[in-house]
Design a protein around this ligand. Structure first.
Ligand code: NOJ
Length: 540
């Protein structure tokens, strides 16, 4: 795409971008039918410009039965009619670009929908057919093949195998509606390379790769005992060849990748970020950190140290459509990561969570690298409680009803306090219910309140673009108490530095020497000190 090639390599846009994640179904409803759509996004582009983000990452917008919120893709070249049309997507990409905002789409290579033409053909063609070779079909074990082909566990819980009437089983690491593709098959590789080109031709500047470390499987699909056996489907070496060929395609278009790579082993993780593979990957270590100075500092140091040798920028993520919203997580005694082990009715102090989420926003936006903001984070939305009979996430059902699932962070956004459905745009009830408190978080109300979360994000994103210190490639820690995170980012040329201080302790913290206070997440105390759970940006 035009633009990025004009910048010096070290300052390429994706190395320091603020990227806003749009969960289309819940962003804004343009046609009033209860589901968010592309018309809703187009109408809200001025809001995103005003917010000051550099790129939009759209969770899957393709044709889908929505068995897993669109991560069950039936056709990559068609926009789901609930969201709009391909022509509208093209318009949206172009309009956003006119405003200086790039588009990142979501590709889900590990699996397709059971309604995808390939899987339907495989079902129709029957056992032993070439159509079935695009997936992982196997006979069962046991006398009559009544037992699954192996004893793996689905990422959503339970067995990852489903048996068909013809006796064969097929593999799905996620829900049964998401059959896994066979990446050893050349047609699977060809098809995905073609899909990448299809979207790059339409002006897309980047691709988020879903479940990026799961695609390749041990062809024997052997039983797996964690800790004993090599992993048969996570982080297999074949993946690097796949991503190298993807990278060559992206380079033709000056486009970039962000991988969803969940790997605790950092040495293995950064192998995906070598110069001829993915440009970036999500930093789940940081997101998983509880609100503790020692853990956060260790996560920051580890992240920067692991990225440095491969020359890839870090990413900073506080939340996404899979985890409990930040305000709620930080307002709980146990604030660690909770993708798959949520519980109903966990006590939450929302005021505390909000204070910390404000400070956390200034922390993540001050770190060197790219930063992701999940829609509604800028409004300080808490996780919503969804009535049992309205829960849609397959994770809930597959946990046997013990896990509330991920719907609580996917609730339609509140735009106007006084409009029906908090201004989401629907004329009928939205696909997920909004809590009674939603109007108090509405964007129009927050716009008028200088102390709101929205105004904090706007101010922070504006400073992040303007202040010289944010251009510094690295950070240096400043001496501070064990409960205080304090660092500077010094520029080589201007002599100006950005200083960020976050106080996670109980006592107020003295500010380091500085030239000016740029922004605080809450007021300083009467003695000019930084109160507990508060962050400040200083010009040094
Ligand atoms: C990760 C996505 O973020 C999540 O929402 C989805 O359920 C799984 N991958 C399966 O595609």
């Amino acid at each position: 795409m035009a633009g990025s090639s004009l910048e010096p390599a070290g300052r390429a846009w994706w190395r320091h971008a603020a990227i806003y994640q749009i969960y289309v179904r819940s962003f804004a409803d343009g046609d009033g039918d209860g589901t968010g759509d592309l018309a809703g996004v187009r109408a809200r582009l001025p809001y995103l410009v005003e917010l000051g983000v550099d790129a939009l990452w759209f969770t899957p917008w393709y044709l889908s039965p929505l068995a897993d919120g669109g991560y069950d893709v039936a056709d990559y070249r068609t926009i789901d009619p609930a969201f709009g049309t391909l022509a509208e997507a093209e318009k949206l990409i172009a309009e956003a670009r006119e405003h200086g905002i790039r588009t990142i789409i979501d590709i889900v290579p590990n699996h397709v929908s059971d309604q995808h033409a390939w899987f339907r053909a495989a079902l129709a063609a029957g056992p032993g057919s070439p159509e079935r070779e695009l997936f992982h079909f196997r006979p069962g074990r046991g006398v009559n093949g009544e037992l699954p082909p192996n004893y793996w566990v689905s990422e959503f819980g339970g067995t990852p195998w489903t048996r068909l009437d013809d006796g064969e089983w097929y593999l799905h690491l996620f829900a049964p509606e998401q059959p896994d593709l066979n990446w050893a098959h050349p047609a699977v590789r060809r098809e995905h390379e073609d899909v990448l080109r299809f979207w790059f031709e339409r002006g897309v500047a980047g691709v988020r790769i879903d479940s990026a470390a799961l695609l390749a499987k041990d062809p024997a699909l052997p039983d797996f005992t964690p800790g004993r056996d090599p992993h048969p489907y996570t982080d297999r070496n074949e993946l690097h060849g796949i991503y190298r060929s993807w990278r060559a395609i992206a380079d033709e278009y000056d486009a970039v990748f962000v991988g969803e790579v969940w790997l605790p082993d950092t040495e293995r993780f950064v192998r995906y970020l070598r110069p001829d593979e993915l440009h970036t990957a999500f930093n789940f270590t940081f997101m998983a950190c509880p609100w503790e100075a020692r853990r956060l500092r260790a996560a920051i140091d580890e992240t920067l140290a692991e990225h440095a040798p491969v020359g890839a920028p870090a990413t900073w993520v506080l939340c996404n459509h899979d985890v409990t919203r930040t305000v709620t997580r930080y307002g709980r005694a146990q604030t660690g990561f909770d993708f798959a082990a949520k519980a109903f009715g966990t006590p939450t102090d929302h005021a505390l969570g909000t204070r910390r989420a404000r400070a956390g926003a200034l922390l993540s936006l001050a770190l060197p690298g790219a930063v992701y903001i999940y829609q509604g984070e800028e409004l300080g939305l808490p996780e919503a409680d969804i009535p049992l009979d309205r829960i849609q996430d397959p994770m809930h059902v597959r946990s046997g009803g013990t896990d509330p699932g991920r719907d609580g962070c996917r609730v339609p956004l509140p735009w106007s306090a006084d409009a029906p459905y908090a201004g989401f745009g629907s004329r009928t009830r939205p696909w997920l219910p909004q809590p009674a408190s939603w109007p108090s978080y509405a964007a129009d109300r927050q716009e008028r309140d200088p102390d709101s979360m929205l105004c904090l994000y706007r101010a922070a994103l504006r400073l992040r673009r303007m202040e010289q210190g944010f251009g510094a490639p690295a950070l240096g820690w400043l001496a501070a108490g064990p409960e205080v995170l304090a660092f500077r980012r010094d520029t080589d040329c201007s002599g100006e530095a950005l200083i960020c201080v976050v106080n996670l302790g109980r006592e107020p913290a003295e500010l380091p020497e500085h030239r000016a206070v740029l922004l605080t997440s809450g007021p300083l105390d009467d003695a000019g000190r930084l109160p507990t759970d508060t962050a400040v940006w200083l010009r040094g």
